[in-house]
Design a protein. Structure first.
Length: 99
């Protein structure tokens, strides 16, 4: 059963999977402030870049290309936070049983 769920998650778009991740974060008990920041970054930035891409299509080169605009806008601090969060979400997608 867990394998079927995992396979179905990979068919979802990044936007759909990010909801699974944020639900997990809520259940994990992180602070409201941290959860709010993660939600805002996912909704305002990450999903606008990658939301319609399936998880299996989101490669390092796709992520790099998408995040390039933050270099152009000289927003390196935000870009670093988005990379960290994107890595966290993708790690969760690959190994959900660890979390």
């Amino acid at each position: 059963m867990a394998q079927i769920v995992k396979q179905n998650e990979w068919k979802n778009t990044f936007r759909e999977f990010s909801k699974v991740f944020l639900d997990y974060e809520l259940k994990r008990g992180i602070s409201d402030k941290t959860l709010g920041l993660k939600k805002a970054r996912v909704i305002n930035h990450i999903n606008s870049l990658f939301g319609d891409i399936t998880l299996s299509q989101l490669s390092a080169s796709v992520a790099t290309d998408g995040l390039q605009k933050f270099l152009d806008y000289d927003r390196l601090s935000l870009m670093a936070k988005l990379i960290e969060l994107l890595n966290e979400i993708m790690e969760f997608a690959i190994t959900p049983d660890v979390y």
